[in-house]
Design a protein around this ligand. Structure first.
Ligand code: SAM
Length: 290
């Protein structure tokens, strides 16, 4: 297609035409590589049955690809200066809705209801890196029906999503991702695929939502409180971390007994526990201490 964006020439032309000024605070790094865009759409498995939520369409490069592959696209963009540009670049598509809003304030469940009859949606985005974690956690924890999330993130964050105990990158995000979804790194993407170039390497990661999580937890909200308490104070022992957490009110004795039930050292740190162990810990508290 003649006017397809996603290549350097057409992207620069649009930016100059509208005298668009990139805003660092919005994490604006636009993709200018058609191979990467193709790969993202293909790995997300977007079909004409799908409703796709795009977070941060920018000037609409990825949105054009999505509009051709999906039944419906809802694109949420915070920067009002991009809205007139999107009007032009998406003029040929009648299956795209652009919403000028902050994604963290949007009721995504309602969008899934309105545009997809409450059936699972796909989320595809070149994410604004400054809010990757709240976006991903929000999508999982707010009960939005999701099929998969395929997103460009900072390489280091993609690694964090996949890693387990023993790595300095292991944390609450790793555990949330691995409880809700199967992560798969689709591609590593160098800075020269964007305008302007980010300072860090990027990666596309696909998170395929599990129908049933890999561990059984009777109270997932409690498990995530335990996880947050453990990683808020990484250097403390698990015992102290859980003891000091404002969100939790178990006694010292209950915490000691719970840790003992795992069969691990009483001085273990929270960062050494696997997802299975956090699940067992949460189940112990649910059964014995509530
Ligand atoms: N999708 C485009 C692309 O790939 O070329 C742009 C990606 S750029 C990394 C991130 C986009 O997210 C920007 O357009 C930015 O304005 C937008 N954005 C930043 N914060 C946002 C927020 N809180 N809600 C919605 N969009 C946001």
């Amino acid at each position: 297609m003649e006017n397809r964006l996603g290549n350097p020439r057409n992207t620069i032309e649009i930016i100059q035409k509208y005298e668009f000024a990139f805003q660092k605070k919005f994490g604006q790094n636009f993709l200018i590589d058609t191979h990467v865009l193709d790969k993202i759409i293909r790995s997300a498995g977007v079909t004409k049955d799908d409703m796709v939520l795009e977070i941060g369409p920018g000037i609409g490069s990825m949105t054009q690809y999505l509009a051709e592959a999906a039944r419906a696209v809802v694109a949420v963009e915070i920067d009002a200066n991009l809205i007139p540009i999107l009007k032009e670049t998406l003029a040929d598509y009648n299956n795209v809705t652009v919403i000028n809003e902050d994604i963290l304030k949007v009721d995504i469940k309602k969008l899934a209801e309105q545009y997809n009859g409450g059936r699972p949606i796909k989320v595809v985005a070149n994410l604004p890196y400054y809010i990757t974690t709240p976006i991903i956690m929000g999508l999982f924890e707010s009960g939005v029906p999701i099929d998969n999330i395929t997103v460009m993130v900072q390489k280091e964050v993609a690694d964090r999503m996949q890693t387990g105990p023993g790595s300095k990158d292991y944390g609450a995000l790793s555990l949330a991702v691995q409880y809700y979804a199967e992560p798969y790194i689709v591609a590593n993407v160098p800075p020269n695929c964007f305008i302007p170039r980010p300072k860090v390497g990027s990666a596309v990661i696909r998170l395929t939502r599990y129908e049933k999580p890999p561990v059984q937890v009777s109270d997932p909200a409690l498990m995530f409180k335990l996880i947050r308490a453990s990683f808020n104070q990484r250097r403390k022992t698990l015992q102290n971390g859980l003891n000091n957490a404002a969100e939790l009110s178990f006694t010292k004795e209950q915490i000691a007994a719970a840790i003992e039930s795992l069969g691990v050292s009483p001085t273990i740190r929270g960062e050494a526990l696997t997802l299975e162990q956090f699940a067992a810990l949460a189940n112990y508290f649910s059964e014995n201490c509530l």
